[in-house]
Write a protein that binds this ligand. Structure first.
Ligand SMILES: [Zn+2]
Length: 450
């Protein structure tokens, strides 16, 4: 779309839909985040530290939960003089938030804090509070990150996304339609996607002619596979943003092949919105370090750059999450991006902590093993592994043309190598693997009692 629409959007349409102070704030935040991204890495570290200190002082003064916890531990905010000190603070878990919801609400916000809920692919629902300011800031950070992939505010964008739960009212649907039209975007509900209606999704893309597509990775891959299998060339978009799920290299290849455009990886979660995203260089994901603090907590005994993701949002003063472990794993990158942005890089997101597989002998195999091993199997399109008994694994496979006896033999050999003969592997060839209720694909599932 031409530049005039983007300009008009910023000056006229966006302000018309975001009322009063909010619109001004979001655009102001966007301007300042746009500036911050070009600061030198050391300057961003300093900025982040100032913001963190201010948040910790607020937590001590205003948030009963941290006041009490830190007192019990004999810590004050003034004792935290470095990130190393900060890393000694306890983690905040989903259970902590559920059990101490009121206590985590800042004094000045009690009884008037908006809340959101998340289902989470770990199946642990969570409700949390946020201030409008922090939400406006998150929106601004999201626009900044999407712009790196070419999806600037006001560009014609199609979302392949999960729809609202339940049946929205007619008034609500009309409001959504107006809103989406003003924002130059269209929503396609990925929850309703099946082999039978893929053509309708492709038709919708051709009709809408988006400049950018933003979608859940799983549905994007399925649509891409269908396009390749049927030989259909869709409307040529300039870029595709994968969101909400880990994007593996083989999935990126499939989507790029089908759509003929670059695919960008992003990383976020409902609790914080966008955490990191690839810029036009696609050399890792830039962390929004001027807006949040991301730590990687390595496994005990290791010091490598790989670990569990721990996040502190620097601006949600209504219900601050200090060192929240969201259940994801990631790997840091020591490199600097040639784009010149000072925001640090993650080499990759290793996705949700997939369920580990257990054996009768007490061996625990990390869930990441299966996507890693199966990505090399020719003709394997999708899979889902479920363990319901200690001595049995059920592997559902959607086969492509290249899948043959050798593929299955390879899988059995590799599983045997790590599990020995103690676990029986049952392969099931299926036509489809339905997405889970959240619209995401959870690929390794252990249903044994803990
Ligand atoms: Zn970059």
């Amino acid at each position: 779309m031409s530049g005039w629409y983007e300009n008009a959007f910023r000056r006229v349409l966006f302000p018309a839909y975001e009322t009063g102070l909010r619109r001004r704030h979001t655009l102001d935040y966007l301007d300042s985040y746009q500036r911050d991204q070009w600061l030198a890495p050391e300057q961003i570290v300093t900025l982040q530290w100032q913001r963190l200190k201010r948040l910790l002082e607020h937590c001590e003064r205003e948030v009963p939960y941290y006041r009490r916890r830190w007192r019990e531990l004999g810590i004050t905010a003034a004792d935290i003089r470095s990130l190393a000190d900060f890393a000694q603070l306890p983690l905040l878990t989903k259970a902590d938030i559920r059990n101490h919801f009121d206590e985590l609400t800042a004094d000045g916000w009690r009884g008037r804090l908006p809340t959101k809920a998340t289902g989470g692919s770990t199946g642990e629902p969570l409700r949390f509070g946020y201030t409008r300011e922090s939400n406006d800031r998150r929106t601004a950070v999201m626009w900044r990150g999407y712009a790196w992939a070419g999806a600037r505010m006001g560009r014609r964008t199609l979302f392949l996304w999960g729809g609202a739960v339940g049946e929205p009212s007619r008034a609500h649907r009309l409001k959504d339609r107006l809103h989406n039209a003003a924002f130059a975007r269209r929503m396609l509900n990925s929850f309703h996607m099946s082999e039978a209606n893929m053509a309708q999704y492709a038709d919708a893309i051709d009709r809408y002619r988006p400049e950018v597509i933003v979608g859940y990775v799983g549905p994007l891959v399925r649509l891409a596979q269908w396009l390749l299998a049927t030989g259909r060339r869709p409307w040529r978009v300039q870029g595709i943003i994968g969101a909400a799920e880990a994007l593996h290299a083989f999935q990126r290849d499939i989507i790029e092949q089908a759509f003929g455009c670059p695919v960008f990886n992003t990383y976020g979660c409902r609790e914080f919105m966008l955490i990191a995203a690839e810029c036009e260089q696609r050399h890792g994901l830039h962390v929004n370090a001027d807006h949040l603090l991301l730590e990687l907590k390595p496994d005990a005994g290791t010091t490598d750059a790989h670990g569990e993701v721990v996040i502190t949002d620097l601006f949600n003063y209504g219900m601050p999450f200090v060192r929240y472990a969201n259940g994801d794993m990631a790997t840091a990158s020591g490199e600097r991006c040639s784009c010149g942005r000072g925001l640090p890089l993650l080499a990759r997101i290793d996705g949700r902590v997939l369920d580990a597989i257990r054996t009768p002998a007490g061996h625990v195999l990390p869930g990441e093993f299966f996507p890693h091993m199966l990505k090399d199997v020719p003709g394997l399109e999708r899979f889902r592994l479920v363990q319901r008994r200690l001595d049995r694994l059920d592997l559902s496979i959607v086969r492509g043309r290249d899948f043959d006896d050798a593929s299955e033999a390879y899988i059995r050999r590799e599983v045997d190598k790590v599990l020995g003969g103690s676990v029986e592997l049952h392969c099931h060839f299926v036509d489809d693997i339905p997405l889970t209720r959240s619209g995401k694909q959870r690929v390794t599932v252990c249903e044994l009692p803990p």
